[in-house]
Structures are given as C-alpha cells and as structure tokens.
Design a protein around this ligand. Structure first.
Ligand SMILES: O=C[C@H](O)[C@H](O)[C@H](O)COP(=O)(O)O
Length: 224
C-alpha cells in the first residue's frame, strides 16, 4: 500500500532527528506521516522544537505534541523533512501539489539538511512530468499568465484556491524540462511570481519506499 510506503519513508527520515534539534516540518500526506512519527518520538521523550511549512502541518504538529515555533523568528533550521511530487537521482525535486512550495523552499533553504520522503511512485529518472506549481501575487495574475503562456508553460490557474499567504497558484507544464536551472531562472525573473516548486539545490537526501523497502538517495557531496 502506498500509505505504508509513505509511512516507512517518513519513519526512516524521522530516525535522523536528534535530541535538541530544530526541525522543519513539510506539508502533504507524506509529511503528515513524518509529523505523526516525530510526535511519537516526542511522546517517548525526545526534545525538539519545530517550524512548519503550512497552517495544516502546524495544526497537526501541535495536535501530536510538538513544540511549534514561529518561523519569522528563526534564522536556521537543523533538519527539514518534506514530501515531493517528483524526485530524481540528482535529488532534484518538483514540489507544491499542495500549494505549500513557497514556505517549503524558504524553510528548506534555511536548513542545514533537507530530506525528501516519498513512496516509489514519486521516483523518476528526470523530473519534468509533474505539473510545476508557481505562486503568484494576485495583483500580477493576468500579466504572469500572459508571460507563462508566451514561455510555453501551458499555465492553468487553480480554481478557488489561495495559499496560506493568500496568493494564487498556477500549474505549469513545460514541454521539456531538460534544463531545470534555466527554467528556474526564467521563473525567478518574472515580476509577480513569488516562488515555484523546482527544488534544485535544497534536497540533500531522500528516503523512498517501494513495497515496504526503503532506499536512501544522497546528493553527491551532501553530508549525512
Ligand atoms: O505543497 C505540497 C508539498 O510540496 C508536498 O510535499 C508535495 O505535494 C507532496 O505531497 P504528498 O506527500 O501529499 O504527495
């Protein structure tokens, strides 16, 4: 079952959490397994503090007894655990199906180490098939849609959806993502785009579970 694999990957990643750490908690169904697993370790005596990447993850984390801090007060996180929509052998990921990619990227960037957790369906040779979510300031939406269309991104705005920050999300599908760094640079250069789901430098490692077997990917040069 996919849920069993999500849980197995989550439990493997949560085993990396050490006493006293400040932990970044991701968003989504797989991250929720990690939050619950961390809650169990806290109940068993582990002392950690956490920051969260969405209101939903904050609610869950508090519910399971994790001490949640306001990220606005935090400069550096020890370890972040988060899900992904696609992850490849380079530890490049696409994230944001749940709309949390802006906060997720900020928390990941602040983290000494970031681990992606996923079931095997998320593992790909090369990222690019998943929709690439882009967070857009509502003021800029019509202009941004025009530019994304001109770039061949086939943008589709999510209906009746706002992020936790009150912004819009546009799902893009580029015909090719052969050069993800070039695509990331293009998106970053468009005024009105506040963030996107390409994670090219943030992910240090991934735990991926398939049929109950957890494998670990480590980015070349990343420290465990
Ligand atoms: O915005 C959502 C996040 O990037 C999620 O971590 C990602 O979409 C994976 O979610 P799930 O574990 O539910 O597939």
């Amino acid at each position: 079952m996919i849920d069993d694999d999500k849980k197995a990957a989550a439990v493997a990643a949560v085993a990396e959490v050490a006493d006293g750490m400040l932990v970044g908690l991701g968003t989504g169904s797989t991250a929720a397994f990690a939050i619950r697993a961390l809650g169990e370790r806290v109940a068993a005596g582990l002392t950690v503090r956490a920051v969260v990447t969405s209101d939903a993850s904050g609610t869950l984390a508090r519910d399971v007894g994790i001490d949640v801090l306001d990220f606005a007060d935090i400069a550096a996180v020890d370890l972040t655990i988060d899900g992904a929509d696609e992850i490849d052998a380079r530890c490049f990921a696409i994230k944001g199906a749940g709309g949390a990619m802006l906060r997720e990227k900020i928390v990941a960037a602040s983290s000494a180490r970031m681990i992606v957790i996923a079931d095997g369906s998320k593992q790909v040779d090369r990222i690019g098939a998943a929709k690439l979510p882009v967070e857009v300031l509502p003021f800029a939406i019509t202009y941004v849609m025009r530019v994304l269309t001109e770039l061949g991104a086939a943008p589709v705005m999510r209906d009746n959806y706002r992020t936790d920050q009150g912004n819009l999300v546009v799902d893009c599908h580029f015909a090719t993502l052969e050069d993800p760094r070039a695509t990331a640079a293009l998106l970053a250069a468009i005024p009105g785009i506040l963030g996107h789901g390409l994670f090219l430098d943030e992910v240090d490692a991934a735990y991926i579970a398939t049929n109950g077997v957890v494998t670990r990917l480590e980015r070349a040069g990343a420290s465990a």
